[in-house]
Design a protein around this ligand. Structure first.
Ligand SMILES: Nc1nc2c(c(=O)[nH]1)N[C@H]1C(S)=C(S)[C@@H](COP(=O)(O)O)O[C@H]1N2
Ligand SMILES: [Mo]
Length: 392
């Protein structure tokens, strides 16, 4: 106990039997991460916390409503003053190490609003169920990120012609505390790594990135599963093959290349890495269970996003998807930012209704009304979001 507290317990002999000193009690995640008190903790080890739909009503997701997804233990004792990033790999022309200060002063800075959705958002609905955090709808965010373009630093180090992929390495600790194991080390093909909006960020929503979200440096790769947006990044490898780090293989962040029957076993060779996330939307106002006086109209609001693409059309239904009405959808503030929709809805008579929302992307692909294709790990559930409304 003394070891953990780092001090002698002066009246230690007087501690009642079974009493746990305050300093050893579990930390309060709401205080520790500065969260809205309606956020939902799905797992404490590692910390995995999601938002409820109505907490995501802001156009820019505030820190207190941002989901937290960790595969390992959040690094301790981070010192931004001594932080370095190494660029290496078979396809780097040279190995080069940069201090954080050098990254900030040497390269031009950009700010984008970027949608990050966990590949497993919506997992809780799959049947047969998939193991993993049982995310409902709240593992998505769209904050403002400031940093430098990954492209600029990769080009500064030099990219060989045979480069295929980048892979990140980070400072978090494997759950086993084995320093030879990485909790996660993922990456993206060069074309995605070199996009304008792919950032190495040091600010979120105008201030230093909070520790839980990757302080002092993280990758932000909008529109792809958020697992490629490495937090606490200290090394990026330019690879001459598809990055083979932890959670790049097997069923991790991969889905059957062709649809399979629910529950079917799928061989590794028949699994494909998830790239752009599918079109999706979320009704963020009002809360499900809203009451409305008969004769009044209901104003709804929400966001829609479509991975690498834009959302081209937004519709809602009040009759369980039998008929749909189009509603306005705003243009994104920049590529890969979510878009906002709103509608003013009338109801024919008193009773129970559900409002369903459906987005369609710029290639004409819409959200499924119910569950999309089953996959072993329960990724990519982009079924229509719905809220209950009672007209009284
Ligand atoms: N180093 C590191 N980066 C990481 C993770 C992690 O566990 N370790 N989790 C990934 C996953 S699966 C997701 S969904 C996002 C979550 O980002 P957030 O916690 O900032 O919302 O971070 C990604 N980057
Ligand atoms: Mo994730």
């Amino acid at each position: 106990m003394i070891g953990i507290l780092g001090a002698d317990i002066v009246f230690g002999n007087l501690i009642p039997k079974g009493y746990q000193p305050l300093a050893l009690q579990d930390p309060d995640p709401f205080k520790m991460f500065g969260l809205d008190d309606e956020m939902v903790v799905l797992n404490e080890r590692p910390w995995n916390i999601e938002a409820k739909a109505h907490l995501l009503n802001d156009k820019v997701t505030p820190n207190k409503a941002m989901f937290i997804r960790n595969n390992g233990l959040i690094p301790e004792n981070i010192d931004a003053g001594t932080w370095t990033l190494r660029i290496d790999g078979e396809s780097a022309k040279q190995e080069k190490t940069y201090t954080l200060a050098a990254l900030k002063s040497k390269f031009q800075q950009y700010t984008y609003q970027l949608t990050l959705e966990c590949g497993g958002n919506g997992r809780s609905e799959f049947d047969p169920p998939a193991k993993g955090n049982q995310w409902t709808v709240g593992a998505v965010s769209c904050a403002t990120w400031t940093g430098i373009r990954l492209r600029d630093i990769l080009e500064d180090a030099g990219i060989k012609d045979d480069a295929v992929y980048i892979g990140y390495h980070a400072a978090d600790t494997h759950l086993s505390r084995d320093s030879n194991k990485e909790p996660i080390s993922r990456g993206v093909p060069m074309a995605k790594a070199l996009q304008d909006e792919t950032l190495l960020a040091f600010q979120m929503n105008g201030a230093a990135i909070p520790l839980a979200h990757g302080h002092p440096l993280r990758l932000v790769v909008g529109g792809w599963p958020a697992s490629v947006s490495g937090k606490w990044v200290n090394r990026i490898s330019i690879r001459n093959k598809v990055h083979d780090g932890t959670k790049m293989t097997g069923t991790a962040y991969r889905v059957p290349c062709n649809t399979v029957a629910p529950g079917e076993k799928v061989n590794d060779e028949a699994m494909c890495i998830i790239e752009s996330m599918p079109v999706k939307s979320l009704i963020t106002y009002p809360k499900s269970g809203a009451l409305l006086k008969q004769g009044k109209k209901l104003n709804i609001r929400g966001h829609a996003w479509a991975g690498e693409l834009e959302v081209a059309r937004m519709e809602y239904s009040i009759d369980f998807g039998a008929t749909w009405k189009e509603c306005p959808i705003e243009k994104p503030v920049n590529r890969l930012a979510w878009q906002h929709f709103s509608a003013r809805i009338g109801f024919p008579k008193k009773g129970y209704y559900e409002v369903w929302a459906r987005a369609t992307d710029s290639q004409g692909v819409g959200q499924p009304m119910v569950l999309p294709g089953w996959n072993p790990k329960g990724y990519l559930n982009n079924a229509c979001h719905r809220i209950a409304v009672k007209v009284v």
